[in-house]
Design a protein around this ligand. Structure first.
Ligand code: ADP
Ligand code: MG
Length: 262
């Protein structure tokens, strides 16, 4: 059993504070959905957890079984067991999927002798066309093919936690179902913990979240069970944005009197 704990995370990008104190705990086997309007900071959260360059962390921790990932370079965060499925997967000309996975396996001290068979079996399971396996990573793939490819990598690397940044964006219904079901299977088969960033209930119908959080203006303004996603479908984000404004208006520490005490 592992725990990914995000504690009091405050971060900015390009001089603008985007995350205003995020607290979240995900345990092995759990699925947490993070929903929020455009620009709420969802992708920023995933970027900061993985250590994408250009983001400045002002305070807080991201603890994987008690070890602060923020002290580690991105590759060590991945090796420690956190995997990001990117909203817009990068194209890597000249490197094919098996080569990339072979490097990742080797870095994790895993045997690569059966990798080709494992890749083929997984490709078949996720309906990723075998003739695309030898193409450069994500180059000239459709939106759906890219996300199937990303899900295949996730399935083979068996991380402890996966962050899915809009796995559903750019997917048709069949691809969405295949990818979501594969991730759902990993939560049972290898006790994968999931932080699924999404706009849509359709993904959650396949992924069955245990917890749903609503992120508005860099804060989690509501947390609940799957019923929260249903409520969101009816009420929209507007019902939750008032709370974020009130929270943002609160002084973050001490009282105004302290300002004059300086
Ligand atoms: P979401 O994923 O919830 O739609 P993002 O985390 O992508 O939101 O963006 C949150 C805010 O941060 C937006 O206002 C966006 O313009 C800004 N932002 C994100 N990345 C950058 C960047 N690299 N440079 C400048 N602004 C950024
Ligand atoms: Mg985003």
């Amino acid at each position: 059993m592992s725990t990914l704990e995000i504690k009091g995370l405050v971060a900015s990008v390009a001089g603008k504070q985007i995350l205003n104190g995020i607290d979240l705990v995900v345990r092995s086997g759990e699925v947490h959905a993070v929903m929020g309007p455009n620009g709420a900071g969802k992708s920023t959260l995933s970027a900061v957890v993985m250590g994408k360059p250009g983001y400045e962390v002002h305070s807080g921790q991201v603890l994987l079984d008690g070890v602060d990932l923020l002290d580690l370079p991105t590759w060590q965060r991945a090796q420690a067991g956190v995997h990001l499925v990117m909203q817009y997967p990068s194209e890597v000309p000249g490197v094919d999927l098996t080569e990339m996975l072979s490097e990742a396996y080797t870095a994790r001290g895993r045997d690569t002798s059966e990798l080709a068979e494992q890749v083929s079996a997984e490709a078949e399971r996720i309906h990723f066309p075998a003739d695309l396996l030898h193409r450069s990573l994500n180059v000239d793939l459709s939106g759906g093919e890219k996300k199937r490819n990303e899900t295949l990598q996730l399935a083979l690397l068996t991380p402890k936690f996966a962050i899915l940044d809009e796995l559903d964006s750019g997917l048709d219904i069949d691809a969405l179902r295949d990818c979501a079901r594969r991730v759902e299977a990993a939560t049972h088969d290898s006790n994968l913990g999931v932080l699924a960033i999404t706009h849509y209930n359709r993904l959650l119908e396949e992924l069955h979240p245990d917890h749903v959080h609503i992120l508005v203006k860099g804060r989690i303004v509501a947390s609940g069970g799957p019923e929260l996603a249903d409520q969101l479908e009816i009420d929209g984000y507007e019902a939750f944005t008032g709370g974020a404004e009130e929270a943002a208006a609160e002084p973050t520490g001490g009282s105004y009197d302290d300002l004059f005490a300086l």
